[in-house]
Design a protein around this ligand. Structure first.
Ligand SMILES: Cc1ncc(COP(=O)(O)O)c(C=O)c1O
Length: 420
């Protein structure tokens, strides 16, 4: 855990805006990271700096050249962070828009016939795009059932449904409802074992803040991120596509460069803020390794993030000091169970005798921000099979502390105590 390394957690927290105080509510513990992580101070400064520049890219003047260089650097930085050894990175309107664009282009570009494969674990962003473009390209959509007990999906589950003519497949890297990560490389290998040419697109939006992205090992064709969920800001999404995917027919200006997937003038500031994210993660990694190699530092950051977040969620589940954990609280159901190695910094709970909306409100009154998930089009795929109409999602990041977990458990103890 970061708190045992002198000064480290303070150094980390000092790099983020509104770390312990909401400008609208006052002091608060931020456990709503799956809705949008805290923003790096460097991102705030960079955004203001670039917003003031009137110039456009591609002109013969020093400002324009600087903007073009900023974008090129950010793309290179993102390639290092994603550990992609080919293909390209580009930005779009949002993670959702990029998933739609990649899945649409894959369905339209793949050879006719066959099917489209996805899983019931997925967020509606990829599921809606895949079902819509399967239908519009006259293909059946095959839905791989996830495991309700673990809140995840395995390679064997995909292997049971993939066919030699599966043309396009989607994978959710980490569920924003159960908090469980999946083994992307194993699922992709299971798909390719049966359908080697399948176009595989991954939703990495919930996973990105939780460390370790290694596209080179995944054998995939597309990966989407929402930067505001990984310490940057709102207003753009970021995608990586393979060379094969990049070569497919796609929306672009007629007569423009064939491999350009960007639509219209880019916001240089958004790209620049992604470099800030990579810089931050490299700095974090440098606290755990003497290596000056960027990938080694990013790898060290990923390992440290995972270990710290595991320590936080373990404390949340099993207790800390004299405080009981969620697992020992009366009437508390934990989605995905208490001892789940796939958990990535997120715990979703339903309390039998406290409605979820009331739990969110009472935690908020005690300065703890969490979020309700309902059995609607966002989360019904996870909650309905568990016979839950709602749950409360407690989502952490590496800048959260054991003290904040203790504050949360103290509040939960009081709220969930059965009436005297
Ligand atoms: C896994 C996952 N996919 C897709 C989305 C949609 O992302 P955005 O609203 O940033 O486009 C979210 C947002 O919560 C998510 O968690």
């Amino acid at each position: 855990m970061f708190e045992t390394q002198p000064g480290l957690i303070d150094d980390i927290r000092a790099r983020f805006a509104h770390v312990d105080t909401c400008p609208f509510q006052g002091p608060r513990v931020f456990f709503e990271n799956a809705g949008g992580a805290l923003t790096l101070n460097s991102v705030v400064e960079t955004t203001a700096r670039y917003a003031a520049i009137p110039d456009n890219q591609g002109r013969d003047n020093p400002a324009s050249a600087a903007l073009v260089a900023t974008i090129a650097k950010a793309k290179a930085d993102a390639m290092v962070m994603l550990n992609a050894d080919g293909g390209q990175v580009f930005v779009g309107e949002s993670g959702t828009e990029l998933l739609f664009r990649m899945i649409r282009s894959a369905c339209l570009g793949a050879p006719k016939g066959g099917n489209v494969l996805g899983s019931t674990l997925e967020h509606p962003a990829s599921r809606s795009a895949a079902t819509r473009w399967a239908e519009l390209t006259n293909r059946p959509y095959i839905s791989v059932p996830h495991d309700n007990a673990t809140g995840a999906v395995e390679a064997a589950d995909y292997a049971a449904h993939v066919t030699p003519d599966t043309r396009v497949a989607t994978i959710l890297h980490t569920s924003p409802v159960t908090g469980m990560g999946v083994d992307v490389a194993a699922i992709s290998a299971a798909i390719r074992a049966v359908s080697p040419e399948c176009l595989i697109i991954v939703d990495g939006i919930q996973h990105a803040a939780h460390g370790h992205i290694d596209i080179a090992s995944y054998g995939i064709d597309g990966y989407a991120i929402s930067p505001y969920k990984v310490f940057s800001r709102h207003g753009y999404g970021l995608a990586w596509i393979s060379g094969r995917m990049g070569g497919l027919s796609h929306d672009a200006l007629a007569g423009g460069p064939a491999e350009n997937w960007e639509l219209g003038t880019r916001d240089t500031g958004s790209y620049a803020t992604f470099s800030d994210v990579v810089d931050y993660l490299e700095w974090l990694g440098s606290q755990f390794t003497d290596s000056t190699d960027r990938r080694a530092r990013l790898g060290a950051a990923g390992t440290a993030i995972h270990a710290h977040e595991k320590s936080l969620t373990d404390a949340m589940l099993s207790g800390i000091g004299n405080l009981k954990g969620l697992a020992d609280m009366e009437g508390v159901e934990i989605i995905g169970g208490t001892d789940n190695p796939r958990r990535e910094g997120l715990v979703s709970v339903a309390v039998r005798h406290v409605p979820s909306d009331e739990l969110v409100k009472r935690l908020s009154e005690q300065g703890i921000r969490v979020h309700i998930r309902k059995d609607d089009h966002y989360s019904g795929n996870i909650l309905k099979p568990l016979n839950l109409s709602s749950c409360v999602r407690v989502s952490l990041c590496h800048y959260n502390t054991h003290q904040e977990v203790a504050q949360f458990l103290t509040a939960m103890q009081e709220i969930t105590a059965p009436p005297a």
